[in-house]
Ligand binder design. Structure first.
Ligand code: FAD
Length: 398
């Protein structure tokens, strides 16, 4: 069977995971029902319970807490991330201070290599990348000139292809971006909004860190442990393996915090919001290391996976074996990446209008707001939603 080291969590409810027994009058009453035990739901549950003394029930349909940040020890005893590598990075001191109540940290700067022309070169493209690819040294100035000479002016810049080609030219675009993007999204960069590539910088320095945020760390004992601490409060009851549909009519509560997909909440009445999914292939190898960096990207289109992660780099764990994950993008499966196209944004706005007209429900997190958010952004969002909920007279009606 599958190994799921279930976190020890209190449960005040008596029903099992599969068939909830409806709670009749006189059953448990909660101030808040929180759907989703990821960052959005867990931060809100913690704040409401410990700051406002609210009774909170947190449910998640997965068999574990921590949402997409869930990590666990695999069969070999290596700490791995179930839903792809999660690296914590932020410029928000407020978010760091908040999380630091629940975890100590391990300093970690993320570095990524890409396999291009049979070589492993640093990503994002920087002076070292150019030197390795072209077999000669570059100063900042030479790199700027080199890129400027290849960049193709595009006006206006509309798509992801436009962004990259206008910055680095067609050759580097094809080597690093086109295949990767086509695999990742199932769409050509010319069909994707410019925002998708705007996140990818090109540097005329030797800075080869993947992120430049002031704070880059991993929770010392992992994400799941941090979530356990967050949710460990007498006012909080956690039920995993329990979906909103299982309990919606059985539980008494005053207010709903919904962190699931917004289109699902409204029974997809305007149609489905498109998502890109991933298949994760986990492997444990009988060797201490597999690759020279935490993540190696594979932009070539004839390789089915986009990247391989080796977790020991992230966690610092010492072990005679090593565990890795291949990521294979997929059209079907769990919703991971909202597909950033204008028509999808329009569809989301229709759901958002409905949400605005639904009293007693607060929509929070990446699935309820149909955005790609990093962890720190979701935490910041949840903290500000809490501040709004904590106002003495919420002016919800209108
Ligand atoms: P989630 O973590 O998805 O939590 C939502 C939860 O709600 C889920 O557990 C789901 O099961 C539950 N749920 C949904 N519907 C229902 C329902 N009807 N009933 C019951 N439960 C329900 N961010 C970073 O900052 N750094 C990274 O390196 C990083 N890497 C990432 C890599 C990948 C492959 C992906 C996909 C994302 C990555 N992220 C990263 C983003 C990060 O995962 C999100 O910011 C974070 O998970 C958002 O938290 P959330 O609470 O909004 O959503």
């Amino acid at each position: 069977g599958r190994r799921r080291p279930a976190p020890k969590l209190v449960s005040a409810l008596t029903f099992g995971h599969d068939r909830p027994v409806p709670i009749a009058n006189g059953g448990a009453h909660y101030d808040y029902l929180v759907v989703g035990a990821g960052f959005a739901g867990s931060v809100l549950a913690e704040r409401l319970a410990s700051e406002l003394d609210k009774k909170v029930l947190v449910i998640d349909r997965r068999p574990h807490i921590a949402g997409n940040a869930y990590d666990y020890y695999d069969a070999a005893g290596i700490l791995v991330h179930k839903y792809g590598p999660h690296i914590f990075h932020t410029n928000s001191q407020k978010v760091v201070d908040y999380l630091s109540r629940f975890t100590a940290w391990r300093p970690y700067e993320h570095r990524v290599l890409a396999q291009v022309d049979g070589k492993l070169v640093p990503m994002p493209i920087n002076l070292t990348t150019l030197a390795k690819l072209y077999g000669r040294a570059f100063t900042s100035e030479q790199a700027s000139e080199f890129l400027a000479a290849r960049a193709e002016p595009v006006n206006p810049v509309r798509t992801s292809e436009d962004v990259v080609v206008s910055k680095v030219g067609r050759e580097l675009y094809e080597k690093f971006f086109r295949g990767y993007t086509r695999k990742q999204w199932g769409l050509d960069p010319s069909e994707l909004d410019k925002a998708v590539a705007a996140r990818i910088p090109v540097r005329t320095s030797t800075d080869d860190r993947y992120f430049t945020d002031t704070f880059q760390c991993m929770p010392l004992h992992g994400y799941t442990r941090m979530f356990e601490k967050m949710l460990d409060h007498p006012n909080i009851t956690v039920k995993t393996g329990t979906s909103y549909d299982d309990v919606r009519d059985a539980i008494h509560y005053d207010h709903l915090i919904y962190c699931g997909p917004i289109d699902e909440f409204f029974d997809h009445r305007y149609g489905r919001l498109p998502y890109r999914s991933l298949q994760f292939r986990q492997a444990t190898l009988d060797q201490t290391t597999f690759q020279p960096a935490a993540v190696v990207n594979y932009p070539a289109e004839d390789i089915p996976y986009t990247r391989i992660t080796e977790y020991k780099y992230l966690t610092g764990q010492e072990h005679e074996k090593t565990s890795i994950t291949y990521e294979i993008p997929s059209a079907v499966g769990e919703p991971y990446y909202p597909v950033p196209r204008p028509e999808n944004d329009r569809l989301f706005r229709k759901y958002q209008d409905l949400a605005d007209r639904t009293p007693g429900v607060t929509f929070v997190g990446r699935l309820a707001t149909y955005r790609y958010y990093n962890m720190d952004q979701v935490i910041a969002q949840a903290l500000s939603v809490f501040e709004r909920l904590a106002e003495p007279e919420p002016t919800q009606q209108g």
